[in-house]
Design a protein around this ligand. Sequence first.
Ligand SMILES: [Zn+2]
Ligand SMILES: [Zn+2]
Length: 143
Amino acid sequence: MISNTIEDIKGFLSDNSIKPSIQRVKIYQFLLNNKIHPTADEIYNRLNAELITLSKTTVYNTLHLFVDKGVVQPIHIEGNEVRYDADFSQHAHFKCNGCGMVYDLHLNLNIQNISELKNFEVKDIQVLMSGLCDRCSNINPIH
Ligand SMILES: [Zn+2]
Ligand SMILES: [Zn+2]
């Protein structure tokens, strides 16, 4: 993971062959600062007050570019909705059905031990759990 300063993000984007325009830097910074796995619309809604020239198309194009260059991970939680995650290390997600929050889980999956995958070439792993997070299960205890 990189630090969230403008200078570091600029360097990081340049290192990944992405021209670091201020809008791209701000979108990446938003993803680093808000680990809420936002959709493109959420990013647009949160940034457009600050970046008045930002358009929805720019947000979509920027996210596609980030995914293309491998600096952002697209995640699919529900239906066709794509959420974005600047943490591109392998990790799992937990979606809370109470508050809608998507949590990161640093689960160590030892796929070498899965016999069914013996001669398979695994390129991507998506693990999604759902239920109630600790805060929500205190409000609505399941009995
Ligand atoms: Zn919750
Ligand atoms: Zn995540």
